[in-house]
Ligand binder design. Structure first.
Ligand SMILES: [Zn+2]
Length: 320
């Protein structure tokens, strides 16, 4: 089969690789019909050291079950399925509390003999715990929206939950990429009263407004903090969604929270230290977040996608 392999910064090849096949009795083989590129794929694309063997890419995909191992109970060939961006058993102590990203028997796509999602097919380990059957045909018009459940929409939702978004609250969303835009969708869905998007791409900020953002701030750093204070009676936001991960954006996010507020971090941190450790201490700011347990959220978000109440597929193509 054909699959995407990255050999170094800017060096991505589509090559012949070993066919995906059932190895463990808990595996399913999925023929990939849709796959996405993650923001986290862009870091190696910019900076990966040259590699002789290369690295299989992709962890966000939808497909059709082609074969299942003897122990798989909930899936059958022909099922249309979406995967969260990591695989998990669904039964361990962490999965049972909805933290599938810490599954004791789980792992990542593209490493340790597991295929990447950017290829013709994938061996999915722990298939019963990982895959969610979609009640649609393989070419349904909702596919772009359904594909976002694999990562970006689940991640935006995780940012909002981590930042304790709720009815009547003021929310600041740092970043206007796909995750930031999904963070706006999630904040609106959870009842936020005011949603401030921080970004400077006009087309994406416009889309954020269509998703429910009430204000937009194009400034960065200290000026951004001042603008958000002006928009919040000088207080700052109850909930801040950090959807970038770079040092300056994270520092800004910490400073946007009002005393007693919360910051939900979902941008993959590019630095070891968390900034503003002293000011957030004295303001009793909660700092939460991490990789989204997408498997825990897919079933909650799926009805809203199927009904068209949320339209996260639009983040994949903001330019119209
Ligand atoms: Zn588990």
């Amino acid at each position: 089969m054909r699959a995407t392999v990255m050999y170094g910064a800017g060096d991505v090849r589509v090559e012949n690789v070993a066919d995906a096949r059932v190895v463990e009795a808990t595996d399913a083989v999925v023929t990939v019909t849709r796959a996405a590129i993650c923001g986290s794929d862009l870091w190696p694309y910019k900076s990966m050291e040259p590699s002789e063997t290369g690295r299989r890419m992709g962890h966000e995909f939808i497909g059709v079950v082609d074969a299942v191992g003897d122990d798989v109970r909930t899936l059958a060939p022909g099922d249309v399925v979406v995967t969260p961006f990591v695989w998990s058993d669904g039964t361990c102590v962490f999965c049972r509390v909805g933290l599938h990203t810490s599954c004791l028997h789980g792992g990542r796509y593209g490493v340790d003999g597991v295929d990447g999602g950017q290829g013709e097919a994938v061996r999915v380990p722990q298939a019963d715990g990982t895959l969610v059957v979609l009640p649609v045909g393989r070419d349904d018009g909702l596919m772009p929206a359904l594909l976002t459940l694999s990562d970006v929409m689940a991640t935006g939702h995780h940012a909002a939950l981590s930042a304790d978004v709720g009815p009547g609250k003021t929310v600041a969303v740092v970043g206007d990429g796909a995750v930031g835009l999904c963070g706006v969708i999630a904040a609106q869905r959870l009842g936020a009263e005011q949603i401030i998007i921080l970004g400077r791409h006009a087309d994406r900020v416009e889309l954020a407004r269509e998703f429910g953002a009430t204000d937009a701030v194009s400034e960065r750093g200290e000026e951004a903090v001042e603008r958000v204070r002006e928009l919040t009676d000088g207080l700052g936001a109850h909930s801040v969604l950090e959807c970038v991960g770079l040092g300056e954006a994270t520092a800004t996010a910490m400073r946007l929270a009002r005393p007693g507020g919360a910051v939900g971090r979902v941008g993959v941190p590019q630095e070891e230290a968390i900034p503003e450790g002293i000011s957030t201490f004295f303001d009793n700011v909660t700092i939460a977040g991490g990789p989204a347990p997408a498997r825990a959220y897919i079933e909650e978000l799926l009805p809203d996608v199927l009904d068209g109440r949320i339209e996260p597929g639009r983040v994949l193509r903001p330019r119209r």
